[in-house]
Design a protein around this ligand. Structure first.
Ligand code: NAI
Length: 290
């Protein structure tokens, strides 16, 4: 029975997962190493809830109740009473493994652990905990309050009880599940990220400008967002990490991360979350940088 949900990482995804969990009636503990990220997350959740009230999607009282269900902390010991902990920290295997190592001593004996990783092996991450049978991939989409899908990925040791509990939770959060096998980047990002990487190559080789490439894919392929705009929205560091996992995991040169994507990440131009990626977000409207 899942009542209390712990979330590790209060970035774009962790705050979105906290939002939908609290609206669905769960008690939420949101943990981040950075106090400023927690403050930013709670502020953002408040504004997004207000937007939902304005659109008539939830009542004012439901907004207040949801906010009251969210507590924050900078220490993993705050997750000791959680029935499920969802890890949504930076997309790095080293970071995630270190988190699980620190988390395990605090967990209740029967607590489930899920990871929101976009690409990393669930089986490998599970092996860094004491409970691979209670470990699962629960991959939400960005922005979480808006996007309908959750990919559910079992590791080799995940038991049926855990799988069923996470399927039920997904439905309670108002989401639809797609089941993926534990291969690099699962379904959505196996297909989406090579397209984004190809768009960056298209820019790198001078085939089109930022605006040209995005307009072409919006109007020519009927995509709601252009691939470079979408890359900025996902975060270029996350895009690069996913491409590296595909490249290493599938050992095929077609997944080679575009050198321009690497350069942008090295420059700290990580996209919308830092104010600059393929677009500059410092003004009223995003401005293409190339
Ligand atoms: P983000 O960069 O917005 O947030 C990551 C957060 O993790 C930051 O607040 C950071 O302070 C925190 N963090 C780093 N190390 C930590 C630690 N040791 N303990 C606690 N917190 C720590 O990244 P974002 O976009 O929220 O991504 C998080 C995860 O969600 C990644 O695994 C990513 O692949 C996945 N994801 C991302 C999507 C996207 O569109 N951005 C979509 C679906 C999944």
């Amino acid at each position: 029975m899942i009542e209390k949900i712990g979330i590790i990482g209060a970035g774009q995804m962790g705050s979105g997962i906290a939002h939908v969990s609290a609206v669905a009636g769960f008690q939420v503990k949101l943990v981040d190493v950075r106090e400023d990220q927690l403050t930013k997350a709670v502020g953002g959740i408040g504004r997004n809830l207000e937007r939902q009230v304005a659109k008539g999607k939830i009542a004012e009282a439901a907004k207040d109740a949801a906010l009251a269900r969210i507590a924050t902390a900078t220490d993993l010991s705050a997750l000791a009473d959680c029935d499920l902990v969802i890890e949504a920290a930076t997309e790095s295997e080293d970071v995630k493994r270190a988190i699980f190592k620190q988390l395990v001593p605090h967990l209740k004996a029967d607590a489930l652990v899920a990871t929101n990783t976009s690409s990393i092996s669930i089986t490998r991450l599970a092996a860094s905990t004491d409970r691979p049978h209670k470990f699962i991939g629960m991959h939400f989409m960005n922005p979480v309050p808006v996007m309908q899908l959750v990919e559910i990925i079992r590791g080799i040791a995940t038991d049926e009880e855990t799988f069923q509990a996470i399927k039920e939770l997904t439905a309670k959060l108002g989401k639809t599940a797609a089941i993926a096998e534990d291969f690099p980047a699962f379904i959505v990002n196996r297909i989406l990220l090579p397209m984004i990487n190809e768009a960056v190559y298209t820019l790198y080789e001078g085939v089109g400008t930022v605006e040209g490439i995005d307009t072409a894919m919006k109007l020519g392929a009927n995509h709601p967002m252009g691939p470079l705009e979408l890359a900025d929205f996902i975060g270029l560091d996350t895009c690069l990490s996913i491409m590296q996992v595909l490249y290493e995991g599938l050992a095929d040169s077609k997944y080679r991360p575009c050198p321009l994507l690497v350069k942008y990440v090295e420059a700290g131009w990580l996209g919308r979350k830092v104010g600059r990626g393929f677009y500059d977000y410092s003004g009223d409207v995003p401005r293409p940088t190339r």
